[in-house]
Design a protein around this ligand. Structure first.
Ligand code: NAI
Length: 337
């Protein structure tokens, strides 16, 4: 029995959470993989109700669970997810961009992953006013850069792909901070002679993701660049509705969609739950590897292939060219699982 803490979120978060719970219940009842789910509040709603975007009870429940699932939250995201990433030292943000059939995508042959450093950079929140200026501190350490580089190289080694790591930075301008990041990655590369290593400036990378995305296998980059590039890479393969993510530390992990609370479509039963359900697939892989539980891996593969087969036959939500609602698409998944 795995204890899952579930932040239900804001905007489309509650709809995605209902979809996730339906799928986890079917897995629990019919596929014999047991979960105990605790629903938790965090985000804009929690802030207005309790005065805290990340209530203490939520943090305790997360720490008391085996793994956390987080639906998107709204304007208070920095006080929820950025804080959790740092508090739990979830240093690797893993964001795959993988082609699915018949997507309204730029390309249908892409399988890459962005490994984003998740604890430093401009996201540490060290901002202050100085005279008439606003100042932000950009913190990049050798320790964090080295461990994310190692994570990226290990990821490339394990993937059934071209085994290549592209380190993305802007060291020609940010010579000290990105210079340190680039050098740390290059040093780690020497320990992995079987993995191809290259460096690319972030502006060139943004362009190449559109022009020639097939050249990428694993991108390793700093926090802010990774945030931006992963929205772009998800659009290359079909959009945010299909984009899952993992926040991984040495002992704990949190899984969430790449996207935010999507207030523009909230409450309309049109959000694509695949981003969250594919995050569950990543969660099952992580649990399986951590606990040496092949059942988790097997069920994760089943969940992904169920989504793959549905979209292949045109059973899809509106954002990717279909006509199914969130609830109806979820029902198709639970029926087919
Ligand atoms: P967003 O990622 O929520 O939405 C961008 C666009 O993608 C919107 O047009 C939306 O409708 C569409 N979209 C996103 N997910 C979708 C899905 N599952 N199915 C179909 N369409 C989908 O970005 P936006 O609008 O800039 O941010 C909204 C709120 O989310 C903000 O308050 C922001 O602070 C928050 N946010 C939270 C994050 C988190 O919890 N990790 C991450 C990013 C933003």
């Amino acid at each position: 029995m795995y204890k899952i803490s579930l932040i239900t979120g804001d905007g489309i978060g509650p709809e995605l959470s209902e979809s996730a719970v339906s799928v986890l219940n079917i897995i629990h009842d019919k596929l014999d993989l047991k979960f105990d789910i605790t629903k938790l509040s965090a985000g804009d709603k929690a802030l207005s109700e309790t005065g805290k975007a990340l209530p203490d009870e939520t943090v305790s429940a997360i720490k008391n669970s085996d793994v956390c699932l987080k639906a998107p939250v709204g304007e208070s995201a920095a006080d929820v997810i950025v804080v959790l990433r740092r508090m739990l030292d979830l240093y690797a943000n893993v964001r795959p961009a993988k082609s699915y059939p018949h997507m309204p995508a730029l390309r249908d042959d892409i399988d890459m992953v962005i490994v984003r450093e998740n604890t430093e950079d401009l996201y540490t929140g060290h901002e202050f006013s100085l005279g008439d200026a606003a100042v932000a501190l950009r913190i990049i350490s050798k320790k964090a850069s080295t461990r994310i580089a190692k994570y990226a190289f290990e990821t490339a080694k394990q993937r059934d792909s071209m085994r290549k790591v592209t380190c993305v930075h802007k060291s020609n301008v940010m010579r000290l901070t990105d210079g340190l990041f680039a050098k740390s990655c290059a040093d780690v590369a020497k320990e992995y002679p079987d993995v191809i290593f290259e460096e690319m400036y972030v502006d060139a990378c943004a362009m190449n993701l559109i022009r020639q995305p097939e050249q990428f296998d694993v991108i390793v980059t700093t926090n802010l660049f990774g945030d931006i590039l992963s929205d772009e890479s998800s659009q290359v393969v079909g959009g945010l509705g299909m984009a899952p993510a993992a926040n991984i530390g040495d002992n704990f992990a949190l899984f969430e969609p790449v996207h935010g609370a999507a207030f523009d479509i909230a409450g309309q039963n049109i959000a694509n739950p695949s981003s969250f359900l594919l995050s569950i697939k990543m969660m099952l892989d992580w649990l399986g590897n951590k606990h040496n539980d092949s059942k988790c891996i097997e069920v994760g593969q089943k969940l992904e292939s169920t989504i793959f087969n549905l979209v292949k036959t045109g059973v899809k939500t509106k954002d990717i060219g279909g006509d199914m609602g969130t609830v109806e698409f979820t029902k198709q998944i639970t029926n087919n699982l």
